[in-house]
Design a protein around this ligand. Structure first.
Ligand code: MG
Length: 237
C-alpha cells in the first residue's frame, strides 16, 4: 500500500478574505479515513461474493456491480447499505464486518483532529455513509470523541450533493456557512457546499492509499488534513 504523499507547500492558496473560522466540517470516507477499505468492500469483496453465489465469472460479476451501482449514483440510495443488500440479495453489513480490519485512519487525520479539538472551533463530521457503516467505523477508529457533532446525511433523507442537505444540516447544527471550512473528497459535494455558501472548501488528492491521484480543477486540495494546520493557525483557529 502506498504512503500518502505530502508536500511542504500544499495548494491552499485560494484567495479568500480573512475572516473568523468557527466550524470545521470533515467528510469521513476518503477524508478522515482511508478509502482503501470501501474500495475493497465494493470493488472486490462484493463482486467476489456475487460471483460465488451466482456461479458466474468474476469479470461478469464486477460489470454487474458497476452497472447496478450506477443506477443510483448521486442519490442517497447509492450510500444505503440496506438498499444494496436488497438489490444484490446479500448482506453488505456482513461484508463490511468481515473486512473491518481494513478500516484505517489516514495520515494527518489525528494531528488535525487534536488541533481542532483543542481549538475554539467546532469540529463536525458530516458523511453520506449509512448510519451502521458510520457506527462501525467510529467504533473501529475511536474518532467519535474528537467531534462536537456527528451527522449522517441519511437523517436528512438527501445526500451532501443535494443543496437541501446543506440547508437542513447548517440550520440544525447552527452553522454559519460564511465561517465554515469543509474538507471532502467528492467534487460534487464541494461544488454544492460552495454554491450554498460554505466559505472554504478543500478536496483530498489521495482518498485511497491504494488508489490514484484525484484532481480538483475547481478547488484547492491537500494530500493530508494536517497540511491545513498552518493555514488555520494564520486565521486564529
Ligand atoms: Mg468521502
Amino acid at each position: 500500500m502506498r504512503q500518502v504523499r505530502r508536500t511542504k507547500h500544499p495548494d491552499v492558496t485560494q484567495s479568500v478574505p480573512h475572516g473568523e473560522i468557527k466550524t470545521l466540517i470533515l467528510d469521513m470516507d476518503g477524508t478522515l479515513l482511508d478509502l482503501h477499505f470501501d474500495d475493497q468492500v465494493w470493488n472486490y469483496a462484493l463482486p467476489r461474493e456475487l460471483a460465488a453465489r451466482q456461479r458466474s465469472a468474476l469479470p461478469e460479476a464486477k460489470a454487474h456491480v458497476v452497472t447496478t451501482l450506477n443506477t443510483a449514483r448521486g442519490t442517497l440510495a447509492w450510500y444505503c447499505m440496506d438498499h444494496w443488500s436488497r438489490e444484490f440479495g446479500l448482506s453488505l453489513h456482513d461484508i463490511e464486518d468481515e473486512l473491518a480490519h481494513l478500516i484505517g485512519v489516514r495520515d494527518g487525520t489525528l494531528e488535525f483532529l487534536n488541533f481542532g479539538h483543542a481549538s475554539r472551533s467546532r469540529c463536525v463530521l458530516a458523511t453520506n455513509a449509512h448510519p451502521a457503516s458510520l457506527q462501525r467505523k467510529l467504533v473501529r477508529t475511536g474518532l467519535a470523541p474528537y467531534f462536537d457533532q456527528i451527522v449522517s446525511a441519511h437523517q436528512f433523507g438527501v445526500p451532501k450533493e443535494d443543496p437541501r442537505f446543506w440547508t437542513e444540516f447548517t440550520a440544525q447544527a447552527q452553522i454559519e456557512p460564511s465561517t465554515a471550512v469543509l474538507v471532502d473528497d467528492n467534487p460534487a459535494v464541494l461544488a454544492t457546499a460552495r454554491e450554498f455558501g460554505i466559505r472554504h472548501v478543500f478536496g483530498v488528492r489521495y482518498p485511497s492509499s491504494s488508489g490514484s491521484l484525484k484532481h480538483y480543477p475547481a478547488f484547492a486540495s491537500v494530500n493530508a488534513l494536517d497540511e491545513l494546520l498552518p493555514w488555520l493557525r494564520t486565521r486564529g483557529v
